[in-house]
Write a protein that binds this ligand. Structure first.
Ligand SMILES: Nc1ncnc2c1ncn2[C@@H]1O[C@H](COP(=O)(O)OP(=O)(O)OP(=O)(O)O)[C@@H](O)[C@H]1O
Length: 865
């Protein structure tokens, strides 16, 4: 069965020759087919590139984020570049992925929403998810490697054991016995059962796992990387206000809550129109930042069907609300979007005032990014200091800009070129949002720190905001010093440069007070390491330069790196890999689409999502905070507190070997003692059968074994016939010793503190072991003649027991013949003696050849030769 056929969705396949639609089954789709997406909600059966119209898609299966995502058509440009190269990092905004749900389509007035099939089956995004479940990435976990080596050693020992055998048959038989004894056959089953139980326990805590082999690694995690927004801080943002830019200066903060509504201006236009919100079932949905920003303006929205041929026919129209002082009465339509992408750190929209011809572009994004697209003269003088002021307080700051598009030639929307549109903008101001810490963040970070587990923040947000959040959350201890690492690409004749600045003195630092070192590409200058408790903070651009030009410094920076800001999704996953190269066991905890790569490459990626499972990460937590992290680390152990060190990851690790060695010494000592002492007994004989008195009691093996274990039984007056195969006092002594020893070992090797609760708290297990020990000792010393007989007949050969149970529980076999027998027994009139029965009269056809033969398996429309 193909993947596609699982989704029994029917789609319209566009027949290119005459532009007519034909309905075909999903599994018939092949790359290159053009499909038409109707307005109904549907799950996509293939990956497809959007050619015309727009789509709103729920991509939570891919990203774990259930925010609707807008998809825009691929621009229809006449150039020779491939579509992927041309769309750059942001190519995904044109792709509709298999398994994601199309919530809404936006046809253009030119025609339907069309997409061309790109990939089908296992090559699609959904196929990728299935493949990652069926064929998970092999985990290079030392435990498995060591376990395999251990089994190989045991097998080697077993093979050596066969040397002592004589005939070929004996070699084969004994080899099998030795191998099955030496190589524990239940080992793999025990490991799988353990993982299964852990997975089930995680599920009860709201953590879902699609990659169970990673569960074992969780106990070893020693660095946890967190995304900031939505993970450490609240998902929802509080709107503080906006700093309008006027006359090349930033004005005082306009507070949405306490001040009047803003008068109509391009700034208000940007706040009300520059977003990717969509109306689903009459409700606005989308990015939380966008929602808060729009709500602050007190504007309203409506879904319109524009007459304008150039616009998407069902675009969002935004109008000033009743509380607003002024604004375009007819409203503004968003006619084109360049949706937000984390790698670009910005988004833009092209709007048109209803009834007017002019088009306006609005842009919003990371302030540092937005000013790169603004005219230099429009960027206010106090920009950097104001930005620093708010980011140092931990606020989330967004830059806004706009321009009026002078000439918009009549052309299709999809042909707006981003580079043309996003240039020479005018800076409008800064939007300030408060992003509070989640209440669970601080205690969990404290718990991790007490357990000596390192933590780091990898965020797409501003560096200064990230540092402030790191300090307030306790990710970086209050009394420690923070060092900002800055690096510059080589330019012209100057080589790449890296410098270190203490963060505290940022505001007052002048260039001569900075602890700055130039390091050339060959890395001749050496970093003077700061002393004491210090942490590094760096931005994505610095990380990139270090990766390319200062590879030798990277490990040193990473071992003390705590804050990584303005990181693109690609840089996030690269950083995780760099940590892994340093032999860290890395956990990544994130919540958004920008964390997907990092979540996948980490040893344990945990996505905070409402979804049960997404392709985004091996673990998904329904609890929307970082409390799931200690639970994941502690999952097998259930000990209330995290231990301050990690359990060994290798079987050959000294602490594990030490306990095995001590165990071997104790076992050897006890067994040697038993072996020697039994030979010194007065009743000892090399051939016990001769030493035993022949009697008239049972001759069972069981009785032989139990009665030959001690002097009292050897001399017993009851006397059992011991002329059997098991005539060895040594075996009879060592066997019960070994049995009792096994039970004790099961108790001792079930390690409790500090990784698990003490084993005695597992009451069922303790009770089972105690009963086993009790039964063993009882059987060893009990001198009850009939017990062995009872054991053999009633327990080992348990037919009588089974019959008794059947009688007690009134169990009746469900076999048909048993049912018939029971029915017959109940039937008083059976057998019907002196009675006779006749069959029903048979209607015979005169011509036997014309008789119709009816085959129930044959359908009349089938052709039979
Ligand atoms: N909807 C949006 N529209 C425009 N710009 C945005 C939007 N959301 C975020 N930004 C800007 O882009 C930057 C990068 O965003 P990104 O989603 O990668 O990371 P983040 O949400 O800031 O942090 P984190 O990685 O911790 O989730 C943000 O810091 C912000 O300045």
């Amino acid at each position: 069965m193909t993947l596609i056929s699982i989704e029994s969705v029917k789609l319209h396949n566009l027949v290119k020759s005459n532009n007519k639609c034909k309905e075909i089954e999903s599994h018939c789709l092949v790359p290159g087919d053009v499909i038409v997406l109707t307005g109904k909600r549907q799950f996509l059966p293939c990956d497809a590139i959007l050619l015309s119209g727009g789509c709103i898609v729920n991509e939570s299966m891919l990203t774990g984020e259930s925010i609707p995502v807008s998809k825009t058509p691929l621009p229809n440009n006449n150039h020779t570049m491939t579509w992927k190269a041309h769309s750059g990092e942001d190519f995904k905004r044109h792709i509709l992925f298999c398994g994601t749900e199309v919530i809404q389509t936006k046809p253009t007035s030119h025609g339907q929403v069309k997409a061309v099939v790109l990939k089908t089956g296992f090559n699609t995004a959904k196929g990728d998810l299935v493949r990652s479940i069926l064929y998970p990435k092999p985990m290079n976990f030392k435990l498995y490697r060591d376990a395999f080596r251990f089994l190989m050693i045991l097998a080697g020992v077993a093979v050596i054991g066969t040397i002592y055998t004589e005939s070929l048959t004996e070699v084969v038989v004994k080899a099998l016995i030795i191998i099955t004894t030496a190589v524990p056959p239940a080992l793999s089953a025990a490991l799988s059962t353990g993982i299964m139980y852990a997975q089930r326990r995680l599920k009860t805590k709201g953590i879902f796992c699609i990659s169970p082999q990673r569960i074992n690694v969780c106990g070893r995690l020693n660095i946890i990387c967190f995304d900031k927004t939505g993970t450490l801080t609240e998902d929802g943002l509080d709107l503080c206000g906006v700093l309008p830019s006027q006359g090349n200066c930033l004005q005082k903060l306009h507070n949405f809550a306490s001040d009047d509504t803003l008068p109509w201006s391009p700034l208000l236009g940007a706040l009300s129109c520059c977003h990717s919100l969509v109306s689903i079932d009459g409700k606005l949905q989308g990015d939380r930042l966008d929602l808060k920003m729009f709500e602050g303006t007190q504007w309203e929205f409506e879904q319109s069907s524009s007459e304008n041929k150039e616009t998407v026919s069902s675009s969002l129209v935004l109008k000033p609300g009743q509380a607003c002082r002024s604004g375009p009465a007819e409203g503004i339509a968003i006619i084109h979007q360049f949706p937000f992408s984390s790698s670009l750190q910005r988004m833009s929209v092209i709007t048109q005032e209803i009834g007017q011809d002019n088009h306006v572009v609005y842009m919003k994004g990371a302030p540092e990014m937005v000013i790169q697209f603004c005219r230099e003269d429009s960027v206010p003088k106090g920009f950097s200091s104001e930005l620093q002021f708010y980011t140092m307080k931990g606020f989330r700051v967004i830059g806004l800009a706009y321009k009026v598009l002078e000439e918009v030639k009549p052309r299709s929307n999809s042909s707006f070129i981003r580079e043309d549109v996003e240039s020479d903008l005018e800076f409008l101001g800064l939007l300030i949002l408060e992003n509070k810490l989640k209440p669970e963040t601080k205690p969990v970070l404290q718990e991790l720190s007490a357990a000596n587990i390192r933590t780091a923040m990898i965020t797409g947000d501003n560096l200064q905001t990230a540092i402030t959040v790191a300090k307030t959350s306790g990710l970086v201890p209050e009394n420690s010093s923070m060092i900002l690492v800055e690096a510059e690409e080589p330019s012209g004749l100057s080589s790449a440069k890296i410098s270190w600045h203490p963060v505290e003195s940022q505001e007052q630092t002048s260039s001569n007070t900075k602890v700055s070192l130039n390091i050339n590409i060959e890395g001749r200058t050496i970093l003077e390491e700061a002393q004491g408790d210090y942490y590094f903070a760096m931005s994505g651009s610095t990380y990139q330069v270090v990766l390319q030009h200062f590879q030798s410094l990277l490990p040193k920076l990473l071992v003390n790196g705590a804050v990584f800001a303005r990181m693109s999704p690609g840089q996030k996953s690269s950083l995780i890999e760099e940590f892994q190269k340093l032999d860290y066991y890395v956990c990544m905890c994130g919540d958004g689409a920008n964390d997907c790569g990092a979540l996948k490459v980490a040893h344990a990626g945990i996505s905070l999502s409402e979804q049960e499972a997404s392709v985004a990460s091996p673990f998904t937590s329904r609890t929307p905070n970082i409390k799931c992290i200690p639970e994941l680390i502690n999952l097998n152990h259930a000990y209330p507190k995290l231990a301050p060190y990690r359990p060994p990851a290798q079987l050959m690790s000294p602490p594990l070997l030490l306990s095995v060695v001590i165990h071997v010494i104790v076992t050897t000592a006890i067994q040697v003692y038993g072996f020697v002492v039994v030979q010194q007994q007065t009743w000892y004989s090399e051939h016990p059968s001769r030493a035993c008195i022949y009697g008239n009691a049972s001759t069972s093996n069981t009785s032989t074994f139990f009665n030959s274990t001690g002097p009292q039984t050897a001399n017993t007056q009851t006397g059992f016939d011991l002329n059997m195969n098991h005539e060895s006092y040594e075996t009879a002594t060592l066997w019960p010793l070994t049995t009792i020893h096994c039970i004790i070992v099961a108790f001792i090797f079930s390690k409790g503190k500090p990784f698990r609760q003490a084993i005695y708290t597992n009451y069922i297990f303790t009770a089972v072991l105690t009963i086993q020990l009790g039964v063993c000792i009882f059987l060893l010393f009990a001198d009850i003649d009939n017990i062995y007989k009872v054991m053999e007949e009633f327990i080992i050969e348990n037919r009588k027991l089974w019959l008794l149970m059947k009688k007690c529980f009134n169990y009746k076999s469900k076999s048909q013949y048993r049912k018939t027998i029971r029915a017959v027994e109940m039937d008083q009139n059976w057998p019907p003696i002196n009675q006779s029965y006749r069959t029903k009269p048979v209607i015979r056809h005169s011509d036997d050849k014309a008789q119709v033969y009816s085959n129930p398996a044959f359908e009349s429309n089938e052709f039979v030769k």
